[in-house]
Design a protein around this ligand. Structure first.
Ligand code: 0X9
Ligand code: ZN
Length: 424
């Protein structure tokens, strides 16, 4: 082989290392924000070919009032834009090149590779590193943290949780992250919040006070299989990785698999849908483990927060019915307090309200399950942003998200303590 052939082979190997193992390539794909302005235009948007709806989640939820964020694959992009133009439907390009935005999300991580002596909270971490971090930080604070197995995922991964407590008799708040795999800011938040809490105990007066009267159950990776898949194969994977006999596709939406009006509006029976509810309630071992834990500790759990992205929302129960939730006044009071606290940090605006009215109908969601079995304060927290980067939030926003969302969690902690003191 001559020199130039060698160079070609070497280049081929390098290219193959990044592309040959089948990782989905999103080069040239775009996310558009579309503004339908009439019923006719709404219908047109709903029927866009091969559209992956980011916000809202389903074509049926597209309406005149809200902009629509939607990923359009490169091979239909030209046609889609042309037809939007012909129909006079206004739109803007939200993400120019989806793959470039994905690469940008791990830029800092790449440049720091090999230098990680301490856990870097300002980069996104794959499942193995989060697992290692959990074991490490638990060992670092043995008097405060109990590190235990919550269950085993479909692919056989051990799911862990941390109980951070100063007194086993205290009431508790349950926090989970990564119900949806592609919402990477969620586990990043669980990590930095845990650090803040542990470092704050004994140094920060509010954390010290709260941890003296409240136990924190933290589950950073409730859907480890899906999260792993979003790193290795398909960045925008959302669901678990189960597959059932007779089903065509992989994955159940864990947030449609809970025992809260299971099977109702806002969930799909089609395994290929991103909101597939699974074959039966709690079919997913991850969901079953979470639900069993919640049921077993119900007498103590005063608050439950499920951390998702994106839209900057505090979503209150219930999402499966338009009927106002019986304790909506109390829920709204605490949601407002949290939104105010978030706003105070960097001026980030969060809105709040009952799920069915502020977002869209969801059946089988975890916050409704927890509320229905008796947890008095539950919510889904949809973190940044509102449609600039969506799921592809850059690394440099992890820190500000962490600070402002920690403020919200401090507010929720106060709510949990108050609810405990006022219980009958
Ligand atoms: O659709 C969802 O599951 C959540 N939105 S996301 O973009 N993160 O997928 C909203 C869930 C709100 N409602 C319930 N948990 N019931
Ligand atoms: Zn989500």
């Amino acid at each position: 082989m001559n020199m130039s052939t060698w160079i070609k082979v070497a280049l081929g190997i390098v290219l193959c290392l990044t592309q040959c193992h089948g990782k989905k390539d999103y080069s040239g794909d775009q996310v558009l924000t579309i503004y339908p302005a009439s019923e006719e235009q709404v219908k047109f948007v709903q029927r866009l070919p091969e559209a992956d709806f980011w916000s809202p989640k389903y074509a049926e939820e597209v309406n005149i009032e809200k902009p629509v964020d939607v990923l359009i694959p490169r091979h239909v992009l030209g046609n889609v834009k042309e037809s939007l133009g012909e129909e006079d439907i206004s739109y803007k390009v939200m993400i120019e090149d989806v793959q470039a935005a994905m690469d940008n999300q791990v830029k800092g991580r790449m440049s720091r590779a090999g230098h990680e002596l301490v856990h870097d909270y300002n980069v996104y971490h794959p499942v193995e590193e989060i697992e290692q971090w959990m074991a490490d930080i638990s060992a670092e604070y043995p008097s405060l943290v109990t590190y235990e197995q919550l269950g085993v995922s479909t692919e056989g991964r051990n799911m862990h949780m941390m109980t951070i407590s100063t007194n086993p008799d205290n009431p508790a708040i349950l926090i989970d992250c990564t119900f949806h795999a592609r919402e990477w800011i969620s586990p990043a938040f669980c990590q930095c919040f845990t650090r803040n809490l542990l470092e704050g105990y004994g140094t920060d007066p509010l954390f010290t006070k709260q941890l003296n009267s409240l136990t924190y159950y933290i589950i950073p990776l409730i859907n480890p299989d899906g999260y792993k898949y979003s790193w290795d194969e398909e960045r925008l994977w959302r669901k678990t990785r189960s597959k059932y006999e007779g089903d065509e596709c992989y994955g159940t939406d864990a947030n449609r698999n809970c025992d809260a009006n299971y099977g109702g509006e806002g969930s799909s029976g089609d395994s290929c849908s991103i909101t597939y509810r699974g074959p039966y309630v709690e079919s997913e071992p991850e969901v079953k483990a979470f639900a069993d834990f919640t049921r077993a500790h119900l007498s103590k759990i005063m608050a439950y927060v499920s951390v998702h992205s994106y839209s900057q929302l505090v979503v209150l129960p219930r999402s499966y019915t338009g009927v106002p939730t019986p304790t909506l006044d109390v829920l709204m009071k605490y949601a407002k307090q949290a939104a105010d606290e978030i706003y105070r940090v960097h001026g980030t605006v969060y809105t709040y309200g009952q799920g069915s009215s502020s977002l869209y109908f969801v059946s089988g969601g975890s916050k409704d399950f927890a509320y229905d079995i008796g947890v008095p304060w539950t919510c889904t927290l949809e973190l940044r942003d509102t449609g600039e980067y969506g799921f592809l939030l850059p690394e440099d926003q992890i820190e500000p998200v962490c600070v402002e969302t920690t403020a919200a969690l401090r507010s929720f902690s106060d709510a949990a303590i108050e609810l405990w003191l006022n219980r009958d």
